[in-house]
Design a protein around this ligand. Sequence first.
Ligand SMILES: *[C@@H]1O[C@H](CO)[C@@H](O)[C@H](O)[C@H]1NC(C)=O
Ligand SMILES: *[C@@H]1O[C@H](CO)[C@@H](O)[C@H](O)[C@H]1NC(C)=O
Length: 190
Amino acid sequence: METFTVFALLLVILSVTTPAVKGKYYSGSHIVDVPTTIKQTHLHFFLHDTLSGDNPSAVLITKPNSKVIKENNPIIPFGSIFAFDDPLTVGSDPKSKVIGTARGLYASISRGSDLTLLFTGDLEFTSGEFNGSAIIVSCRDPMVLVKEMAVVGGRGKFKMAKGFVKNTAVYFNTTNGDAILEWHVTVFHP
Ligand SMILES: *[C@@H]1O[C@H](CO)[C@@H](O)[C@H](O)[C@H]1NC(C)=O
Ligand SMILES: *[C@@H]1O[C@H](CO)[C@@H](O)[C@H](O)[C@H]1NC(C)=O
């Protein structure tokens, strides 16, 4: 085959397989009709965050190299970051039925003695009506017994979700940091 023919053939193939490049990464914005009604779903479960033992569900990734900072919050000093993969269960008993996992990161974000985390987690459910669906929670998480947290989005049946969490510590060990948290979640979703 002559070089020209090969080149022409290549051009044809390229024009078929390569989408037209117009130098834009966005489409035009347009108004859409949103549903006038949305669903509200209530979720209730317990999150088990375990730092102690041979099989912890949360592990330290990094912590600051400062003695002063560590003295304020010895377990979770300011600037330390943890990864977690916490089971979600129907009851406060860790042996009760597991219905999902909370996976994400939390970081210690208070310079004072008022231990505060930034919690960013994807909570995916593994059974029932919402099997495979998830809520995304991302917000300030102070170490108080009862707190409110924000549901900022979701996946699956919770796509486009918004909502809030009432998060209550039913168990917290101040020595090793292990916690069992009761979550009442109100989710608004399409
Ligand atoms: C949840 O969904 C997964 C994936 O579709 C499936 O394999 C699993 O059996 C389901 N679990 C329950 C308890 O329905
Ligand atoms: C808290 O953790 C410490 C150290 O692991 C342990 O000795 C103690 O029994 C725990 N306290 C409670 C109330 O579980």
